[in-house]
Design a protein around this ligand. Structure first.
Ligand code: DQA
Length: 169
């Protein structure tokens, strides 16, 4: 349910005024949250995110329009980011899963598309046992990172994007 007034391949965003089109993206192994290692990722499922955003934003909920995308494929995630640019999406909350730590290709995409992206993690990646999880390929190109708040991380990312977009105008 992304809305846009930007014409295709116009590139950058449409004039920034609410409601802001915010895309929530999820990478590999995140479609089955609730079932996947609940001791790490919790028992809540992705479809609860809109309600959590609503809870956090309250009366400001009308200032955002959320859309969602999940893929296990690196290429599809890059295609969706490029499409978001063409659509005039205003901001992206992106949990790239393990690609966060490995994908130069996704990092390269975020670096050129010119959209504010918030890196999202359900778990606190800095506290995880595997050292590779403390590395983020995309970290240098995102506006910030939210990690460790369970499913609420996505809602906090939307709130951060809203504040960022409002401050820009
Ligand atoms: C994750 C953390 C990553 O290290 C892991 O590969 C994931 C999920 C998180 O949300 O905590 O798939 O991004």
């Amino acid at each position: 349910m992304t809305s846009s007034t930007a014409s295709p391949d116009q590139g950058a965003r449409s004039p920034a005024c609410p409601p802001y089109a915010i895309l929530i993206m999820n990478g590999p192994n995140l479609a089955h949250l609730g079932k996947r290692q609940p001791e790490i990722y919790g028992r809540l499922q992705l479809d609860l995110i809109p309600a959590m955003v609503q809870q956090l934003l309250g009366g400001r909920m009308h200032e955002v329009e959320l859309s969602f995308f999940q893929s296990n494929s690196e290429g599809r995630l890059i295609d969706r980011l490029e499409q978001a640019r063409e659509e005039g999406v205003h901001g992206v909350a992106f949990n790239a899963g393990a690609y966060t730590h490995t994908s130069l290709a996704i990092a390269d995409c975020i670096a050129w598309i010119g959209l504010p992206v918030v890196e999202v993690h359900i778990s606190n990646v800095l506290a995880r046992a595997e050292g590779i999880r403390r590395k983020s390929c995309m970290g240098a190109s995102v506006i910030g990172v939210i990690s460790g708040f369970g499913l609420m991380s996505y809602a906090l990312a939307v709130q951060a994007l809203l504040a960022h977009l409002c401050a820009e105008t």
